[in-house]
Every structure is written in structure tokens, then in C-alpha cells.
Design a protein around this ligand. Structure first.
Ligand code: NAD
Length: 319
């Protein structure tokens, strides 16, 4: 009998990391979960806490606090580690500090002999994913970030409410930077197989209008700010988004998710990592889907990629 052991190593057992771990446990998304953090005691406490819920979980899971050597035979290394912005610290200084944190993580992970897939959630996620790719020297198709997966879920939720249909039947994406320059290519948004834009102005009991759609896109863009204002951080949604991506990889699903992927000529962009719909399977990114964007949407994506390229170029790696 062949028993596959789906193993995930999680680095960074803060709010995002543990929301991911909790969702993974409740969805039986892997068989072995190792928790790694610079604060070893925290990782140990979190492992104990999760293990005490095992009796109520849908199936068994081996959960423990570990070290970088434990990444050697992992299928996925998920990185949620990061430092928070200090008072008065610029965005760029924060980026540089997180780049240094990543060097202290990715180097020992690759030194362990890890040969799986990197999944990055730390912000700014598109830049941190690109840094992970640089530092690891891995094939870019095996390095992905959460990108606009969560933003896309927020969009589908809001559109479902607006159109009064199950969000599962809403096919629409947020693409580009996970941040201020992200946008919704409305030409590609569908309710089942009907273009959502074609509903605008259509006669019926309710009027769907483009102004409302733009308002929804803005709500998605500003969602994280509003959650942070209310409760200081966001973590459940991203933990579930990471679990969804993990299941697509470990289950070899070939699912379409808007992860942060390196563009290699798609949409006229090269080298930059951005959130775009990709087919995800056991090899990571099987392919980037090229949507039939309008000229205006292509310009919008180019401008978002330019923002990302500029941020990336501003960082110089610490010696
Ligand atoms: P947190 O402060 O609760 O946790 C960060 C963890 O990283 C801590 O446990 C800390 O000890 C650990 N850490 C710091 N330096 C480390 C190192 N060198 N090696 C190993 N571990 C280290 O933060 P959080 O709320 O969990 O957020 C984590 C990251 O996720 C942030 O960058 C945040 O912006 C990002 N985030 C991303 C999304 C997304 O959509 N991609 C959504 C929400 C949050």
C-alpha cells in the first residue's frame, strides 16, 4: 500500500501563519505540518494548542514545532514571517527589513535540500515572492505568492451580494499588484456565462450599473485598510486563501487561482511577479492564463507592473 505523506512547513507562526494552520487542520489539507518561527517558544505553544484540537479534527495530522532541516522533505514551504512597520518607518525601509528577514529564511530552507514549492504570503507579497525566487534560485513556476487570491474572493463575495447570486457562479478576477494599483478587468467578469457588463442598463426588476461595479472594486481595494482600522490586522481570509492554494497544489487540481506569478511575456510583461489567473497543480504554476483584456485593461496592468518593478528595484540586498 502506498501512503503519501503531504507535508507542509510553515515559517512565521503569527496571526496569518496560524490562521493558515488552523484552516489546514480543519480541512485536513495535509498529513504533516511543521511550525517554524524565530520565536521557537511561540511555535511550540502553537503546536501544542493545535494538537489539543486534533481529537475534534476531521482526520489525523502530525503537528510539531521544528527547524529549517525539517523543510528537506516538505512538499510546500509557506512563508508568513515578517516584521511590522515601526512608527515613522518608511515603506521602503520596511521592505528592506523584510528582505533581510527573507534572506535569513530562504537560505536555510534551500540548504536543507528542500525541493518543493514556495508559497509566500508576507507583504508586499508580489515583491517578497520575487525575492524568494531570486534567493532560492528555484524555477519561477515553483515560487508563488498569494497575489490577488484573497482580493478575488472579496470581489466574488461582494458581486454575489450585489447580483443576488451565489459567489460560486460569479467568475471575475482582481489582477495586478496585491495593493493600491490592483484592478478588476470588467470585460472578463461573468455571471455564469453571461458578461456582467452586459447586465448594465438591461431592463429588469433591478438596475445593474457600472458605477456600482466600480464602487465594489474600490471596496475590494480598500478592504484591508478597513479591517486593519477595525481590528488591527487581517488573517482569517488570507489563511483560507493559502489553504485553498495548498489544496490545489497537493491535490494536483489544475485549479485557476490568481496567485502572484512571474510573467514571462504574458500580457507584454517580463520578470515581474503579479497576481494573474494561473492553473495550479502539483508542480506549482502549470501555466499563466492570458485573458483577452481590452487595450485599456492591458495599460492598467502595465501600470500596476511598473509600480511593482519600481519597488523591486528600490531594494538592494543586505550584504
Ligand atoms: P505577525 O507579527 O503576527 O507574525 C509574524 C511572525 O513572523 C511572528 O511570529 C514572528 O516571530 C515571525 N518572524 C519574524 N521574523 C522572523 C524570522 N526571521 N524568521 C522566522 N520567523 C520570523 O504578523 P501577521 O499578522 O501574521 O502577518 C504576517 C505577514 O502577512 C505580514 O507581512 C502581513 O502584511 C502579511 N499579510 C498578507 C496578506 C496577503 O493577502 N498576502 C494578508 C494579511 C497579512
Amino acid at each position: 500500500m502506498k501512503v503519501d505523506n503531504r507535508k507542509v512547513a510553515l515559517i512565521g507562526t503569527g496571526m496569518v501563519g496560524m490562521s493558515y494552520a488552523y484552516a489546514m487542520l480543519n480541512q485536513s489539507a495535509c498529513d504533516e505540518l511543521v511550525l517554524i518561527d524565530v520565536n521557537r517558544m511561540r511555535a511550540e505553544g502553537e503546536a501544542m494548542d493545535l494538537n489539543h484540537g486534533l481529537a475534534f479534527a476531521p482526520s489525523n495530522m502530525k503537528i510539531y514545532a521544528g527547524d529549517y532541516e525539517d523543510c528537506r522533505d516538505a512538499d510546500i514551504v509557506a512563508i508568513c514571517a515578517g516584521v511590522a512597520q515601526k512608527e515613522g518607518e518608511s515603506r521602503l525601509d520596511l521592505l528592506k527589513r523584510n528582505a533581510a528577514v527573507f534572506q535569513s529564511i530562504v537560505d536555510p530552507v534551500t540548504a536543507s535540500g528542500f525541493n518543493g514549492i514556495f508559497l509566500v504570503a508576507t507583504n508586499p507579497v508580489d515583491i517578497m515572492t520575487r525575492i524568494t525566487c531570486d534567493l532560492s534560485g528555484f524555477n519561477p513556476r515553483r515560487v508563488l505568492g498569494t497575489g490577488t487570491t484573497l482580493d478575488t474572493a472579496r470581489l466574488r463575495y461582494l458581486l454575489g451580494g450585489y447580483l443576488k447570486v451565489d459567489p460560486k457562479n460569479v467568475h471575475a478576477y482582481v489582477i495586478g499588484e496585491h495593493g493600491d494599483s490592483e484592478f478588476v478587468p470588467w470585460s472578463q467578469a461573468m455571471l455564469a456565462t453571461k458578461p456582467i457588463l452586459s447586465l448594465c442598463g438591461e431592463k429588469g426588476s433591478r438596475k445593474i450599473c457600472q458605477g456600482d461595479l466600480e464602487q465594489i472594486a474600490e471596496e475590494v481595494r480598500s478592504a484591508a485598510y478597513r479591517i486593519i482600522e477595525a481590528k488591527h490586522a487581517t488573517y482569517y481570509g488570507i489563511g483560507m486563501a493559502m489553504t485553498r492554494i495548498t489544496k490545489a497544489i497537493l491535490g494536483d487540481e489544475h485549479s485557476v487561482l490568481t496567485v502572484s506569478a512571474m510573467l514571462k511575456g504574458e500580457y507584454g510583461q517580463s520578470g515581474v511577479f503579479a497576481g494573474v489567473p494561473c492553473i495550479i497543480n502539483q508542480n506549482g504554476i502549470q501555466s499563466v492564463l492570458t485573458l483577452s483584456l481590452t487595450e485599456e485593461e492591458l495599460d492598467h496592468l502595465a501600470s500596476s507592473c511598473k509600480t511593482l518593478q519600481k519597488s523591486y528595484e528600490e531594494i538592494s540586498f543586505p550584504e
